[in-house]
Write a protein that binds this ligand. Sequence first.
Ligand code: PLP
Length: 426
Amino acid sequence: MTRSIDELLARRNRFLGRGAPLFYAEPVHLVRGEGVWLYGADGRRYMDLYNNVPCVGHAHPRVVEALSRQAATHNVHSRYLDEKIIDYAERLAGLHAQEMSVVFACSGTEANEIAMRMARIGSGGQGFICTNAAYHGNSAEVGKLTHAPLRGRRDVHAIPFPERFRGPAKDLPESEQCAFFLAEVDKAIADFAQQGIPLAGMLVCPILANEGLPRIPKGFMAGAAERVRAAGGLFICDEVQAGFCRTGHWWGYQVAEVVPDIVTSGKPMGNGLPLAACTARRALVDRFREQTRYFNTFAASPLQAAAGMAVLDVIEAEDVRGNVNRTGALLRSGCEALANGHACIGDVRGEGLFVGLEWVKDRSSREADREGAVRAANLLKSRGFLVSNAGALGNVLKIRPPLVFNSEHAGLFLEALDSVLEEMGR
Ligand SMILES: Cc1ncc(COP(=O)(O)O)c(C=O)c1O
């Protein structure tokens, strides 16, 4: 570690508080980004395979130009008429098949706060179902859904997240796995009914990104939505990670084959500018507006609209979704080929440019190997490739580059992964 990193760390601890999290055994000090590349203060170049916020690439000139132009024009809060934000809301709502309206926010947490309030108003209920390894944000209310217990909190019941690789249903055929996890939804609904708490809804990431991107039994999400609606609740998809073409579809709910009542989005929307949204069926948004008079100083601003519009323009002009499908298939098949020769990778999964490599101690027992995934992330970093570990057990190497990651980038990464696997196998 260089002296300057030691100095920065000491100042960081002093002024940001000890224990503010950092990636890697030796942290990276970044000073510049461009496309999928990040540049360190030491002059090193890193390929970014982790960050989903700069979805059209770091410092995309079209986004930078739109932001600069708007910042130099005017920027105000939402209590004035502004055509740009209306245009942006219309364009965003138009990305869904149903008639939707939008409430803007500045973070995924805020979007989920709005979604929960909206679901409570729309359903007249209180209780929420989530999964037991979810993360939807850091506020007091949304934070109740983080690693929530299966039962025991008054207004939140978690269900074991549906997965096919390990867990209680791993040995069943897929249709029975689906039925097993849907029975958990039924149980949560019954628990609320027994406590006299009406259901407000279920909040779930349609690809279970934070749970570790598991293979979800086919039909689970649609079955869960049906049950939740039959019990009077609303089905909310958290698209903060899954949305904006990450999976090769506009929305993760398209992969999960479910139609939500409410959709939340954030991270990639502004390519780095804080921009998030809760998009929902029009009648739900109208009732929410009437009852809450919701206001958020920095949300629904011309600056947010400029950034959001520029991101959508780039996604269309550069055929980002097409690239995600083409390069994602290449990346996954390359990872699968490497996994065939290395028993430490128990499973390769994902959609589009979101790939999870499940690190195991042993393929037959499928015992999770968190340390292996952490070591692989550190070895990749030392070769100039930034990834990280995630998932309920921390053993999934998460590969989630900006969406302008192309076949050449994939080739370089696969070579590096190959050499890391060689080193780890020695
Ligand atoms: C699925 C999901 N939802 C919501 C959030 C919270 O978003 P934010 O950090 O913008 O509040 C996150 C953040 O990691 C997330 O992964």
